[in-house]
Design a protein around this ligand. Structure first.
Ligand SMILES: *[C@@H]1O[C@H](CO)[C@@H](O)[C@H](O)[C@H]1NC(C)=O
Length: 157
C-alpha cells in the first residue's frame, strides 16, 4: 500500500510539474528566432532578446484560463489527497481527490485542443509547435490516469 501511495503521489507531482513547466515556459510556438508562450512572444535577433505581449483574443484567453485552472485543480487535488489520507475511513475511496484531478485533466485537454484547433488565429503559419505544447499533451494522460487511480483506490491500513 505504501508503495502504491508513493507511486501515485510521484505520478501526481510529476504531472503537476509538467503542467506547470508547460504553462510558464515560452515554447508553445517556435521558429528559429522566436518562441512564444500563451502570454508573450520573445524574439532573439543578433543576441538581443525582446519580448512582446502576445495575442489577446478570446480563444487564447480561454487556453490561458484552462491551463491555470488545471494547475489549480491538480494542486488542490494533491492537497485533498493528503487530507483524505488522514481522514478517510478504512476502505474509503479517494473520490474527491480523483474528481479534482479528473477535472484538471479535462481542463488541460480542452486547453490543448483549443490551442491546436484555433492557433491559426494568433500563430503565423511559419511557426511550429514547441515542447511546452507537447508537454501539455503529455501531462493530460498522466493527470487523467492519476485521477482514475484515485477514484478506484481504496484506503487500507
Ligand atoms: C513572434 O514575433 C516574431 C517577430 O516579430 C514573429 O516572426 C513570430 O511569428 C511571432 N510568433 C508568434 C507566435 O506570434
Amino acid at each position: 500500500m505504501l508503495i502504491l501511495l508513493c507511486g501515485i503521489v510521484f505520478l501526481h507531482v510529476a504531472a503537476l510539474a509538467l503542467l506547470f513547466v508547460s504553462t510558464v515556459v515560452s515554447a508553445w510556438a517556435v521558429n528559429p528566432t522566436s518562441s512564444a508562450d500563451l502570454w508573450f512572444n520573445c524574439t532573439t535577433i543578433n543576441g538581443v532578446n525582446s519580448c512582446q505581449p502576445g495575442d489577446t483574443g478570446v480563444w487564447i484567453q480561454a487556453v490561458q484560463a484552462l491551463m491555470i485552472l488545471s494547475i489549480i485543480f491538480s494542486f488542490l487535488s494533491l492537497f485533498l489527497f493528503f487530507c483524505q489520507l488522514f481522514t478517510l475511513q478504512k476502505g474509503g475511496r479517494f473520490f474527491l481527490t480523483g474528481a479534482f484531478q479528473v477535472f484538471a485533466s479535462l481542463f488541460v485537454m480542452s486547453g490543448a485542443i483549443i490551442y491546436t484547433v484555433m492557433n491559426a488565429e494568433w500563430v503565423p503559419p511559419s511557426e511550429s509547435f514547441g515542447f511546452a505544447y507537447i508537454l501539455a499533451w503529455v501531462a493530460f494522460p498522466l493527470i487523467l490516469i492519476s485521477g482514475l487511480i484515485y477514484v478506484i483506490l481504496r484506503k487500507r491500513e
